[in-house]
Design a protein around this ligand. Sequence first.
Ligand SMILES: Nc1ncnc2c1ncn2[C@@H]1O[C@H](COP(=O)(O)OP(=O)(O)OP(=O)(O)O)[C@@H](O)[C@H]1O
Length: 814
Amino acid sequence: MGSRGNSVCVYVRVRPTDKFAQDIIQVGKDNKTINVHIKKDNKFTVVNNQRSDWSFRLDGFLQNASQDSVYDTVAKSVVSKAMDGYNGTIMCYGQTGAGKTYTITGATENYDHRGIIPRAIQQVFREIEERSNYHIKVRVSYLEIYNETLFDLLSTMPDIMSTDTQIIIKEDSHGIHVKGLSVHITNSEEDALNLLFEGETNRIIASHILNKNSSRSHCIFTIYIESRARCFSDARYTYSKINLVDLAGSERLKKTRSEGQVMKEASYINRSLSFLEQTILALTDRKREHIPFRQCKLTYALKDSLGGKCNTILVTNIYGEESQLEETLSSLRFASRMKCIPTDPEIIQYYDPVLTMKNLEKEINFLRQELFLHDLLAKRGQINYEPLTETQIAEINSQARRYLAGTLTEIDLINFRQIQEVFTQFKIILSQQEQEVETRLREKYTLIDKKNLETIAAAQKAGLLDEEGQMVGELDGQGFGIGLAPPTSKPVFSAARKWKSRKAKERGSPTGRKESFISPTLGKEPVTVSLSKSVQMVASAKDLEIKESVAKDVDIISLDIHRSETAFKEEISRPSTPPTKEAAFEEFKNDRGSELSRIFKEDKAILIDRKKKIAEITQRINVTKQEIDRTNQTILVKKHERETQGEYVSDGGQTIIDEEEFILIVKLKDLKKQYRSDYDELQDLNAEVQYCQRLVDQCRQRLLTEFDIWYNESFLIPEETQIILKGGGSIRPGMMPISKITTLGEDDQDRFEHLQQTLTLDNPSTLSFYNAKMKMDHRHLYAKAASHLIPTRKKAGVITASMRNKPPSMLSVS
Ligand SMILES: Nc1ncnc2c1ncn2[C@@H]1O[C@H](COP(=O)(O)OP(=O)(O)OP(=O)(O)O)[C@@H](O)[C@H]1O
């Protein structure tokens, strides 16, 4: 690649042929040296000065190379570097028919034969997925230069806003840009491929309308990449572009023996390619101050893409047959000149002015605070420039631990070193805790990475995942688990009712009450707990004799985003186990949650239906695309025949084509229309699917939340719970089976204390609610109450809910 040898990188690609002139073209063992040897012409009998040996040193000789390996050798790292912010250019040069278009765009009818552009598009979008810390925008444009005129190959796109009729090349502080050329945002690989395809089709249609030969134009497909770090404060961003250039055929004028229009084209090509050569020669001369970029449109458009700060690659396409040797030599000469252009690739960074200003404002504020603190410490005589001793660090560590454990309410901030050390210790403690949790998780659970096929297979074998890769007992395959055990095969009898009646009995019997604190042993079924969409934790309950004292488990489950910590602890600490969440959920779906469950099912059915439609329409689009490719090919063949057999021209100078060719062109237009309308439909369907997916997700979430509340109400919350609402406020009447809710004014301290005395059983709990007045209804309050009472294993308690309009800094449970 360009930066390797600090010069443009140059490869030669040979068009496959049975007649490769191996006696004449010899490639060195390093695959980089190409020696051309021609036997001396016997005509020159006396003195023969005709040159017969040439040697070229390039970067690689690609013979019988697949499109895949050509991409890997030539383009992969240029694209990767472009993602980092470097400009990149890949150009194909060579005589007509040598394989430039095949290399740069590829053959559309076969997926394996796709060229550099579609593969680069794919790589860009894959890398975007991997670079999740960056917000990356991709845009594309497609420019054609024909007879020194610029054409926008994407001007037919419906989203074009530009009012510029003339396309001109301009240069500003951001480099070269083509004014009037449409640049299209692409959100997916599919979008970008569609634009490439649109441009290709337009190139062919325009070539018929203007009677121009598509292989006699230069084409530049550009991918623009704008990359910003997701970190909001970073004002820097990079803006790079990858130019993928298909140059016109390079054969010399005399060889084409052309006349008229063809002659005009050939002379334009010759001029632009010879200006390209002149520019290249000038670029190779480091002392040269003026480079004649502006001599022609091609060199001007490529001004910031030829060497210099850009990673530039040239692929020289040759025939490799003896009959084409003259052109091959000329192409190799061009290549070796190109190789001498020095490069010094550089990331060009830009600064977002608004963000920069904000950051500077922040910095000023910070410095002000720092100055203030400095003055304060100076007054106290506490400024200290000495590094902290080990004892001091150990003391800070201990303070941080006590602070996190809640036994220390404040850490005294003494000086900057100490402040920094406090944060360092927080970080250390956090990472230690993470490691501990992970170790404990690994001791107890099998972690299955859903992206790793091997671990999935092993888990399936062990019966922990079903055939579709869902965890056993998982609800609806969406990566969330709500139950401890998989669904039982027996029909579930009203678990809630059973549980309630058992509870009523227990309340009547002191022994029952006592028993309620004996830890249960779970069944022998596998326990499934979902951590996230991609990682699942599966454990077998036989290893999991959960004892009351196993506080560790509580920590583990605190990682679980789906199952409430409370519920888990409650389940392990109750004697007569309430119904499993799986079983209770079944009942809930048929009873209290039936309406939600119905909506969920309906939404899912719509989602599945739309996805099916997407599959159908995608197939239809592919068929149309193949048909377009075939029609394109046939048109090209017809055109070629027409040109070789001699063309009829009307009085007005227009080429007359036969009916068959006319029908083909009309067909191509119709197919394109069909393609576009299907594509639009696909876009709409995609949007609809995303929308439906959101609905389904929301509905699923609501179903689970409602279920959790219901489950807590029905099985977990001690009914003696009292709630005092401090600070006034009211809560909406609900169905909460709670014995008492008392609302007190903020200054009603006497009544509050009195109530506390009468209601307190063991330890009162104090719980602050955010904005309780506005948002909280009985059931949420109830659920929250439960989550604070149950971990302390109180059957009942007093919860004081302070009504606030601002979030409390910390929930306090005393
Ligand atoms: N490496 C290759 N493998 C298979 N087929 C090839 C290869 N190179 C070229 N071809 C085939 O040769 C024909 C001409 O190739 P292509 O159109 O790419 O040439 P070109 O250099 O772009 O010509 P032009 O200057 O007219 O645009 C095409 O049918 C193409 O599929």
